[in-house]
Write a protein that binds this ligand. Structure first.
Ligand code: CP
Length: 311
């Protein structure tokens, strides 16, 4: 169990607001929770008596399940609200739904929403803590934290490493949170993808931009491959999936440019044969399932720190 607590925030809404020290505190706390999931009895009493609510307005496999397991392994009570079967479908406002849930004396709400800024609005109207589980194309802080945890576990450090993020940067909350977090911890970050899927002026965040996959892979220590969201193709932001695969798809041939100890990450869900081949997803460079495993320790750390905060 971690001994020294230095977390004072009510909410975790994004990595843009966090200091390097706060990010390191989460990663170090996650380190001490990792072994709980290796025990025969995967439970510690840290959050006994606390109630956590999963409020997901968008679908999720990894994040929702990972938060649920993290809460249960900390001995919290957790409730999953099925939005389709809730009174939201009868026209209840988002704010009323949140206020009613809070009236049941809960402690933490974990929220995913398609609108950027929705968890921030929730955090202003409820006294409970709010954790952002992905808001529109804005941030997905716990995903970036588990990505950084995985890099640190594999490479022993983050400072000075070269990390490339490949794909649809414009619409990716994973990319944005990774950029904030990795830059704060001293990594060199490159973004790579079609020109139409890289926001103008992103260099201002301190990242390098390339439209060449070879350049992005060349001396990278880690790459984070983003899911191509098919709806973007319909909006005409790139000509065809075949062209995307040809220019930016990761396969055995493109990896000839990579370092031998490169690690390949993907937040999931994967489009096999699009952003990467099955051979790569399941191959020796891939740490994709390690990311999922690490997600539980990272989310245990976030829940623990928020529940124990001093403020
Ligand atoms: N990485 C991630 O957010 O996956 P889910 O959409 O399954 O939660």
């Amino acid at each position: 169990m971690p001994e020294k607590i230095g977390w004072e925030r009510k909410d975790l809404l994004g990595l843009e607001d966090l200091s390097k020290e706060e990010i390191e505190l989460i990663l170090n706390t996650a380190e001490s929770f990792k072994e709980v999931s290796e025990r025969p009895v995967k439970k510690v009493p840290a959050l006994r008596g606390k109630t956590v609510v999963n409020l997901f307005f968008e679908s999720s496999t990894r994040t929702r399940t990972s938060f649920e397991l993290a809460a249960k392994r900390l001995s919290a009570d957790i409730v999953n609200i099925a939005i389709q079967a809730s009174s939201v479908s009868k026209g209840e406002t988002f704010k009323d739904t949140a206020k009613n849930i809070e009236a049941m004396k809960i402690n933490i709400i974990i929220m995913r929403h398609s609108a950027s800024g929705a968890p921030h609005m929730l955090a202003r109207v409820v006294k409970s803590s709010v954790i952002n589980a992905g808001d529109g194309s804005h941030e997905h802080p716990t995903q970036a934290l588990l990505d950084m945890f995985t890099i640190k576990q594999r490479k022993g450090k983050i400072k000075g490493l070269k990390v490339s993020i490949i794909g649809d940067i414009t619409h990716s909350r994973v990319a944005r949170s990774n950029i904030w977090g990795l830059k704060k911890l001293g990594a060199e970050v490159t973004v790579c993808g079609p020109k139409t899927l890289i926001p103008l002026g992103i260099e201002k965040l301190g990242v390098k931009v390339t439209y060449s996959l070879k350049e992005a892979l060349d001396d990278a220590d880690a790459v984070n491959i983003l899911r191509i969201q098919h709806e973007r193709q319909q909006s005409g932001l790139f000509p065809s999936l075949r062209e995307y695969v040809n220019k930016f798809g990761i396969n055995r041939d493109t990896l000839q440019y990579a370092k031998k100890d490169l690690i390949i990450m993907h937040p999931g869900p994967i489009n096999r044969g699009v952003e990467l081949t099955s051979e790569v997803a399941d191959g020796p460079y891939s740490v994709i399932l390690d990311q999922v495993t690490n997600g539980i320790a990272v989310r245990m750390a976030v829940l623990y720190l928020i529940a124990q905060r001093r403020a």
